[in-house]
Design a protein around this ligand. Structure first.
Ligand code: GLN
Length: 541
């Protein structure tokens, strides 16, 4: 078993997450058992309460962990489900150390970063290991950040243990200076010095660059940073992120790493056929389909990372390119909003929290519903569709969610508002914030003959959830009489999971987050179907 650590230098946002995922893809394509885990330097205990504006989306695993969006990249590339134990933050490490201290586990010792915090990090790195051949650990942040120092120290200690086989890949940035017409390697040299200060010599340096890296720059990095020339791997921009594994392999990342770990590449043949086929499909995309995403975190595209990717996957499958039009539901008045929607072939209202921007989202849903424009509501998007139909079709005047207005008629509310059985209470997995968040994978039963059933082609599905509020079952029958119905329910029949319309081209709202399970090599059926209808409706008009 080998450890591969991936650190980053010079700048953040270099795409270390995608690099780690692409490396795992290459190793998996050579038949190794691989796993990727993430160590994040921030002091939040988990990203669950971090604003998507700052940190991008919160990715939820099957087992209900709220994690960093990089775990989404890992899952999409490796098609392996990540687990609760695949990520940890400094905050969680410190919180473990402090709770041990309170329990007296350290027998009165003075608690210090070395060895107590570093031991806790090492114990995470060594924990829950099954039969993997290679485990990749991505270290979040940039070398030189105060918060990442204990991680580097723990890695130094591990690498110092001669019984453990490991490799360290450092990803840096090579800027291009137009005035000198030159690529600059100095920031990389400094960043490697920073690592050396922590007692760590990298084995492989991956160089992100917007330009082709010339041989002189490679030689310079090799000389100044003590790595072989073949271990300086250019990491250039790709036209699709799904091309990245092939690009890295072309520059020898996987073969250099395997050599370092003591394997003979030729004994572990690389099979990238599924990825090559995917790229061929991407090249075949002809038509353009525009999807309007009406949300409030539209300024930071990473806030809807998985959604973005799932739509792209649906497009690839239908040979169309998906162009996303981000529509900020907070900024527009009704007329401007509708004129933006008119340019779109489909409307999607994604998940979200809080009342800001809700009005615009409801206007968008009404517009899509009344004009037969394919509509996809996800989590909050589904809840708002329920509210919109309650108000405008069922004429329940002040229908709302108790998340936004406690005094109105809650067609959406906390489960505990209308049911107090043990059965319901037991569903709630742990969350400090109210303890009512439904997190992770849950089963839903789909009614035969429904549209959603024809899409999934099965009546039992498992999808991931992340929400506190639910559709109030009391109102379910009222929808039925008006051409809308809940075609998916929780197995006990208490919680509506899917809303659809019987007289609309494609109008589906889901309480779960299907985008979290879409993979480029296994696109999610809901996104494939949604894009297909958007394309077909576009071609009709
Ligand atoms: N805010 C809603 C809830 O908590 C929806 C959450 C979401 O869209 N993920 O139920």
């Amino acid at each position: 078993m080998h450890f591969v650590f991936i650190t980053g230098g010079v700048a953040s946002s270099l795409g270390k997450g995608i690099a780690s995922a692409a490396l795992a893809t290459l190793l998996k394509s050579r038949n190794f058992r691989v796993r990727i885990r993430k160590l994040d330097p921030y002091l939040n205990v988990d990203p669950g309460t971090m604003s998507p504006y700052q940190h991008g989306e919160v990715y939820v695993t099957d087992d209900g962990a709220e994690t960093d969006l990089d775990l989404g990249h890992y899952e999409r590339f490796t098609n392996q489900s990540a687990k609760q134990t695949d990520s940890i933050s400094s905050g969680k490490i410190y919180s473990n150390v402090l709770s041990k201290e309170r329990k007296g586990d350290y027998l009165g010792a003075t608690i210090q970063v070395i060895p107590h915090v570093t031991n806790e990090i090492k114990s995470f790195i060594n924990s829950d290991i099954k039969n993997e051949d290679i485990i990749i650990y991505e270290i979040g942040g940039t070398v030189g950040d105060i918060e990442s120092l204990p991680f580097l120290e723990a890695i130094r200690q591990i690498r110092n243990n001669k019984k453990i086989s490991s490799a360290l890949i450092h990803m840096t940035y090579i800027p291009y200076l137009s005035s000198a017409d030159e690529l600059k390697t100095k920031p990389t040299q400094h960043s490697v010095k920073e690592l050396l200060n922590a007692g760590i010599q990298p084995d492989i340096i991956m160089c992100r660059s917007e330009r082709r890296i010339d041989i002189d720059s490679i030689s310079k990095i090799s000389l100044f940073c003590n790595v072989k020339k073949e271990s300086v791997i250019p990491a250039l921009n790709a036209k699709s992120i799904y091309e990245v594994p092939l690009l890295y392999s072309k520059y020898g990342l996987d073969s250099v790493l395997l050599k370092h770990l003591g394997y003979k590449s030729k004994n572990h043949k690389l099979n990238l056929k599924p990825w090559n086929d995917l790229l061929k499909k991407i090249d075949k995309q002809k038509q353009l389909v525009k999807i309007g995403i009406v949300g409030k975190y539209t300024n930071l595209k990473d806030s809807y990372k998985s959604l973005n990717e799932a739509l792209i996957h649906g497009g690839i499958e239908n040979s169309v390119e998906v162009e996303i039009k981000w529509i900020n539901s907070e900024e527009l008045n009704n007329n401007n909003l509708i004129s933006k929607l008119k340019e779109c072939d489909g409307v999607l209202v994604p998940g979200g929290f809080g009342s800001r921007g809700v009005k615009g989202k409801i206007t968008a849903i009404k517009y899509a519903r009344e004009n037969n424009i394919p509509f996809f509501g996800i989590c909050l998007g589904m809840q708002l569709a329920v509210i919109e139909i309650s108000r405008n079709v069922l004429k329940i005047k002040n229908a709302n969610s108790s998340e936004f207005d406690q005094k109105s008629k809650s067609v959406i509310g906390l489960m505990t508002e209308w049911t107090k059985g043990n059965k319901i209470e037991k569903r709630d997995k742990n969350s400090d914030k109210g303890g009512t968040m439904r997190l992770g994978s849950y089963k839903a039963i789909l009614s035969k003959k429904s549209k959603i059933y024809s899409i999934y082609k099965k009546n039992e599905i498992f999808e991931r959830h992340r929400h506190r509020y639910e559709v109030n079952k009391k109102y379910v029958s009222k929808f039925q009489n008006k051409g809308y119905y809940f075609s998916g329910m929780s197995p006990d029949g208490l919680l509506p999971e899917v809303l659809e319309s019987t007289n609309h081209s494609w109008f589906i709202g889901v309480q779960f987050h299907p985008e979290l399970k879409s993979r480029p090599l296994k696109p999610h059926p809901l996104f494939v179907s949604f894009i297909k209808y958007c394309r077909n409706e576009k071609n009709k008009s």
